[in-house]
Design a protein around this ligand. Structure first.
Ligand code: RB5
Length: 153
């Protein structure tokens, strides 16, 4: 089982507490990168904390939560080697792993209920990447990172 680096802004703070409790009951190793109160913070800062750690540990996944999941997933996907998927249903979570080899799961704390969020997290943790034709497509995304991140705006 992968180690989880989890983080949230104030919009995802309450759901993060629920998911940390869930990971504990499932005996999944995790590190909570904050925030640790409902004080307002900027979601790109949390995304960077989590994504930098995911990139240092190949045997890890990230979980990021903001109000809608939109801002924090956009920020996460600006990091190299990060494939962040915004999931609000289990089918998306399954396909994000099977086809997209997503390594960061994003959710909106103001969008979904805690039980649905736990199921989504469980699916994300337990589905493997299928490889094959999907690997070819991910290689193209890696090429995009090389050309787009280095090109003048
Ligand atoms: C914070 O109010 C909110 O904008 C943030 O949590 C997130 O939903 C942004 O996409």
């Amino acid at each position: 089982m992968k180690k989880i680096f989890i983080g949230a802004d104030h919009g995802g703070f309450e759901l993060k507490i629920e998911l940390c409790d869930y990971l504990t009951t499932q005996f999944v190793e995790f590190e909570d990168l904050g925030i640790y109160s409902s004080d307002s913070v900027d979601y790109p800062d949390i995304a960077s904390k989590v994504c930098n750690l995911v990139n240092k540990d190949n045997n890890s996944f990230g979980v990021l939560i903001c109000g809608t999941g939109v801002g924090i997933s956009i920020a996460a996907n600006k990091h190299r080697n990060i494939r962040a998927a915004l999931c609000h249903d289990t089918y998306t979570a399954k396909m994000a792993r099977a086809h997209n080899d997503a390594n960061v799961l994003c959710m909106g704390g103001r969008i979904i209920g805690k039980e649905v969020a736990k199921e989504i997290l469980s699916v994300f943790l337990n589905v493997d990447f299928e490889g094959g034709r999907h690997k070819r497509r991910l290689d193209k995304i890696t090429e995009l990172e090389k050309t787009e991140f280095n090109s003048p705006v």
